[in-house]
Ligand binder design. Structure first.
Ligand SMILES: [Zn+2]
Length: 138
């Protein structure tokens, strides 16, 4: 029997556990669920809670975006480039040369392997919130 996939990211790397979400998504899914619970009781959400839920949804979207190459068995060089830039941003460094042309010449298996290695690094960087690829500037 195959492990259940996460309801959000459909991860093959992390099996779904509590409530159908993987260990990466569960906290943020609970935050988003807060909004749904409050809507059910028809109370007005505070601006602070609305902002928290909006950020949580962005993190869930980020985790979904990160797992897509493993599900599709295809990774676009731009996707990989965002991941490399994300690591450089988090490490407060700059890439010494443009990497896009190098990534386009790599075979798909090589790109997927490199992506898996980089994702393993980025997921273990100690931080309170995950970095968002959408916040990386070109
Ligand atoms: Zn997940």
């Amino acid at each position: 029997m195959q492990p259940r996939r996460c309801l959000n990211c459909k991860s093959q790397r992390y099996p779904a556990k509590v409530g159908g979400f993987c260990k990466k998504c569960i906290y943020w899914a609970k935050v988003v669920a807060q909004q749904t619970d409050d809507e059910d009781t028809r109370t007005d959400l505070s601006a602070r809670l609305r902002l928290k839920v909006k950020r949580a949804q962005k993190y869930l979207d980020e985790y979904k975006w990160r797992e897509r190459p493993f599900i599709d068995q295809y990774i676009d060089p731009v996707h990989l480039e965002y991941t490399i830039k994300g690591i450089s941003v988090v490490c407060r460094s700059k890439l010494p040369f443009p990497v896009h042309s190098t990534l386009t010449t790599m075979a798909m298996e090589e790109r997927l392997f490199l992506y898996e290695v980089l994702l393993g690094i980025i997921e273990n960087i100690p931080c309170r919130t995950p970095f968002l690829h959408s916040e990386i500037q070109q």
